[in-house]
Design a protein around this ligand. Structure first.
Ligand code: HEM
Length: 479
């Protein structure tokens, strides 16, 4: 039964809760974020739902989101089969854990990743190295075509390069762009992310389906893909164990392994926890940035004037004799605004990672019982018409004030805030900035002749993707 003063929302039916109503709206609107936006229109910015066994509260609108994310009693992460199965029966990692376990692990990850460059100058070198490789690969393809132009698939052009910037620090590895095993794995992850949601999936809301309909409920695919990622990471871990020299840690994996055999080791530290952290970083670190870059280039095709202005800025600040670097960033507000706008377009179509109430509490005047899942629909902040005016238009200028400086309003929430705030914001923004600036310095991107403009409709899922699209890539003339 609905608890008293629980946030308003559709009726709760036995067993199903409000699942049918949500699913009907999702079918009508095409996306879960639009379905819950419609519910917010009907019931207000705090909507109460029950989907199978899960009590959920979806927040839409800045006030409610800010209130929830800044209060410690909402710092839990959900529990249940979905959040445990991914790490073999126990919640592990940093992405979906909470309380003391998560605090210890988050602190360790941040502190030790920094030793290998994370958030520091050396991280800039890694991103610069990778953007150089990206430009080189594009140039090779363009030059191999007789008329110096090539039609390329863009939505998935960045995955390996993005992962490399993080994996150099995590495991001291850079993968080749043609590494077929890694590409297969990234493809599987993209597929998985399109089939589940931030709020779980059928088998997490109706756990019996794991046994009654393992295929239909997505359980089988979920296990298969996680197993493949796990094996991939385990092979790297085994290599590290065989060559570890504790006095000279080469990367994060070494630092963690060294900690495992030290006397400061806390009970939350274990080898499977190390693998779970790697899995979290693998998933959180590459899918998000890659898809932001996908949206970035989609909109650059649709808004050629934005491309031209970015190129004019790159030419003025960097010129053509060297690649852009992160040192140029403070002098390139328009490029910086393109980064912000691309991430807005990506996260404005989805949710934050769900939180969980750690105790009975209240939010915006409503009663929220302990263990309720609380989730932010970022569409309500990042695409709010009242605030942004024209949220569907790709307009980097919205982040630039009359003096030409970058301004980021409070409503801009794609990385969340509070204690669970994204750990990879700096890396993600550096990647989007430098990959885009380096490519625009060297190439023009346009809609292939004879093709319709790419659609801005996305593929729904945990993180939305642009639908597959191609660009005509040509070398920029040297002036
Ligand atoms: C455009 C790219 C990215 C976006 C939009 C993004 C967004 C987010 C959001 C909204 C959260 C949830 C905050 C909350 O629960 O309140 C989050 C958490 C997280 N992100 Fe990112 N992220 C991005 C890139 C990355 C990268 C590159 C990494 C890896 C270095 C990363 C690692 C994480 C981790 C580990 C968490 C969990 C933090 C915690 O619960 O303590 N993210 N991210």
């Amino acid at each position: 039964r609905k608890p008293k003063k629980f946030p308003p929302g559709p009726a709760w039916l036995p067993i199903l809760g409000s699942a049918l109503e949500v699913s009907k709206l999702r079918k009508q609107t095409g996306y879960l974020y639009r379905a819950t936006a419609e519910l917010a229109r009907r019931y207000g910015p705090v909507v109460g739902l029950k989907v199978g066994k899960d009590r959920q509260v979806v927040l839409y609108g800045y006030e409610a989101i800010r209130d929830m994310l800044s209060r410690e009693e909402f710092d839990g992460r959900p529990q249940g089969p979905f959040y445990e199965t991914r790490t073999w029966g126990k919640r592990r990692g940093v992405l979906l854990t909470d309380e003391e376990f998560w605090q210890d692990q988050r602190r360790f990850v941040l502190r030790h990743l920094k030793e290998f460059g994370f958030g520091r100058r050396t991280m800039g070198d890694l991103v610069e190295e990778e953007s150089g490789q990206l430009v080189h690969a594009f140039r090779k393809r363009v030059m191999s075509s007789k008329n110096s132009g090539v039609v390329m698939s863009m939505h998935d052009a960045f995955g390996v390069y993005v992962l490399n910037t993080l994996w150099s620090m995590m495991a001291g590895v850079r993968y080749s762009h043609s590494d077929s095993e890694l590409k297969k794995l990234q493809g599987l992850l993209t597929e998985l992310f399109a089939n589940i949601d931030m709020v779980g999936c059928l088998f997490s809301q109706f756990p019996m389906l794991r046994f009654l309909a393992p295929e239909l409920s997505g359980y089988k695919q979920f296990i298969y893909i996680h197993q493949r990622v796990w094996e991939f990471l385990k092979a790297e871990l085994d290599k590290h164990k065989a060559t570890l020299r504790p006095e000279e840690p080469r990367d994060f994996m070494d630092a963690y392994l060294t900690m495992l055999s030290s006397d400061q080791k806390k009970p939350s530290f274990s080898e499977s926890q190390l693998l779970a952290i790697c899995m979290d970083m693998f998933m959180a670190g590459s899918e998000t940035t890659t898809k932001s870059l996908g949206f970035c280039f989609l909109y650059l095709l649709l808004y050629p004037e934005v491309q031209r202005r970015a190129q004019a800025e790159i030419d003025a600040v960097v010129g053509r004799d060297r690649l852009p670097s992160l040192n140029d960033r403070p002098k390139m507000p328009y490029m910086e605004a393109i980064v912000l706008e691309s991430v807005r377009m990506f996260m404005g179509r989805t949710f934050s990672i769900p939180h969980r109430a750690l105790k009975d509490t209240e939010l915006q005047g409503y009663y929220i019982p302990k263990d309720t899942m609380v989730i932010c629909n970022f569409n309500g902040t990042l695409m709010d018409k009242k605030f942004w005016g024209d949220p569907d238009i790709f307009r980097p200028d919205r982040f630039i004030d009359e003096k030409g400086s970058v301004v980021i309003p409070d409503q801009y929430t794609p990385f969340g805030f509070g204690k669970h705030r994204c750990m990879g914001e700096t890396l993600a923004k550096s990647n989007v900035f430098l990959f885009t600036a380096s490519l625009l310095q060297n190439f023009n991107f346009s809609i292939p002749p004879g093709s319709p403009p790419p659609t801005t409709e996305a593929i729904d899922g945990v993180t939305p993707s642009p639908k597959p699209f191609k660009a005509l890539v040509t070398l920029r003339a040297v002036e």
